[in-house]
Design a protein around this ligand. Sequence first.
Ligand code: DQA
Length: 148
Amino acid sequence: MIDMIYVLNGPNLNLMGLREPEIYGRETLADIEALCRFTTEKAGFSLRFFQSNIEGVLIDWIQDARQEASAVVINPAAYSHTSIAILDALKSFNGPVAEVHISNIHRRESFRHHSYISSRTDCTIVGCGILGYQFAIEFLVSKLKKIE
Ligand code: DQA
């Protein structure tokens, strides 16, 4: 079986390219998916790519990852700063987890400086734009190859 990586995106990331482009850039969610697919398949892994504006849907996908995925990349978007439920779901997943933020949350409003999710993740990448997804996948792949 080919190892699967899940990439999960939280609320408003469907508006990438349209929403606050001075902060998030002009790339679309489809561009992010293409970058993730290229990076994942080049490493010999397969990808499932998701986006939802609904917290419970993201939690259901994290629970599915328990059976299906070797590793998870998550940009929880605004839920990073509020969601103990997403943190708990990630704690039920045994593989490595990478958190991505397109913008540098530490240079923005103080309410964005804390992420509940970071206490569970193996790495957190902020401020690299959409390249952060590529770096996250590369990090997870190298971690998975060491575990094998
Ligand atoms: C974000 C940062 C969050 O603070 C914000 O709510 C988002 C996107 C990022 O990728 O930079 O929606 O996660």
